[in-house]
Design a protein around this ligand. Structure first.
Ligand code: 9MR
Length: 327
């Protein structure tokens, strides 16, 4: 059977995962699985402000450089993540309105130029929208909405990577997510019509089996984004299994069905260029600490179990890619 990256390539799609340099350094089976299954990786945390800017006056590129080396050694497209985010080290939370633009621009230029030729996509901005418009962040408070325009301009001037806006919580039929989709579309329409150099929308797709999913509303949203001439990439797919039954076989099947239902709809949209999961193995997943099960059982949100053996979710992702129309 071809691997995920091989079946994806037959459709003109990317397949990949988020990963940290530390994970591949300590787990050779993970490194080998990424080499076999992935055409791209996202820097899960190695290129965040928290990693690169521990202090105002200090750039720390060690982890990012290691991940860039792993990507280049293995012919992987590397996705940098993220140049602008609200999750910041303490010193940056305290930036003054006066200094905000200088610090933002300086950081972006330093990081984007460091990884020029190594990072193929940048998440230039991450999680900037809210159901009511824009998320309240220090960047919005100090610089106003123009920080978004500025970020894409600076990215364009600093590197040749494809420029994405990456966003979360847009998939389901809830009041919150329907309004989030409206906020995002409104923002995208403004950016595109005013010539801001944005090239793609990254859709995180952290999935919840218990929420209602309207296939027609969701594909209409993807179509509207695609019609703006933007690429779409599913960037952080996984399934929170907090509300699912304890029985592993039953749970794994529901998780697989959740991936399949979502990816069937997403990959039917021609603007979608690929899918990445947020981690490959249940051994390393943010859900373990942030959304643990109340019964204390280990979470199983990803295509491979904690020993890196494929689960039904692997086959579900495979089938969704195999059923997708070719680009
Ligand atoms: O998976 C990441 C986790 O290990 C980090 O502790 C956390 C804070 O940096 O970020 C997690 O990744 C997030 C990503 O950067 C943006 N979208 C949501 C992801 C899960 O929280």
């Amino acid at each position: 059977m071809p691997s995920l990256k091989e079946i994806a390539a037959t459709k003109g799609l990317l397949f990949g995962t988020a990963v940290n340099s530390g994970h591949v350094a300590k787990n050779s089976k993970l490194a080998e699985t990424i080499r076999r299954e992935c055409s791209c990786i996202t820097a899960e945390s190695d290129m965040k402000w928290t990693a690169i800017r521990p202090e105002a006056a200090k750039f720390e590129f060690t982890r990012g450089d290691k991940l860039a080396q792993f990507a280049s050694d293995n012919g992987l497209l590397l996705r940098g993540h993220a140049l602008v985010w609200h999750d910041l080290p303490a010193w940056a939370e305290a930036i003054s309105a006066e200094d905000a633009e200088t610090i933002l621009v300086e950081h972006m230029k330093a990081v984007a130029s460091r990884y020029e030729g190594k990072v193929g996509h940048w998440d230039v901005i991450n999680e900037v929208a809210s159901p009511n418009g824009l998320r309240d962040t220090i960047w919005l408070r100090h610089l106003g909405e123009k920080y978004i325009d500025l970020a894409f301009q600076v990215a364009k001037e600093s590197c040749t990577a494809t420029r994405f806006y990456n966003e979360n919580r847009m998939e389901y039929d809830t009041w919150e997510m329907e309004n989030k989709r409206k906020s995002v579309l409104k923002l995208l329409e403004r950016l595109v019509s005013s010539g801001v150099p944005i090239e793609g929308l990254g859709i995180q797709a952290h999935l919840f089996p218990e929420l209602a999913f309207s296939e027609s509303k969701y594909s209409a949203f993807l179509k509207d984004v695609g019609a703006l001439g933007l690429k779409i990439l599913i960037t952080e797919c996984d399934v929170t299994d907090k509300e699912l039954p304890a029985d592993v076989a039953e749970r794994d099947q529901k998780i697989a069905d959740t991936f399949k239902q979502y990816l069937d709809v997403a990959l039917a949209e021609p603007a979608v260029i690929g899918v990445l999961t947020w981690g490959l193995t249940d051994a390393y997943t943010w859900i373990k600490s942030v959304r643990p099960r109340t019964d204390g059982l280990p979470v199983r949100p990803l295509p491979f179990d904690d020993q890196i053996n494929p689960k039904p979710a692997y086959q579900a992702i495979y089938d969704a890619i195999a059923n997708a129309p070719a680009r």
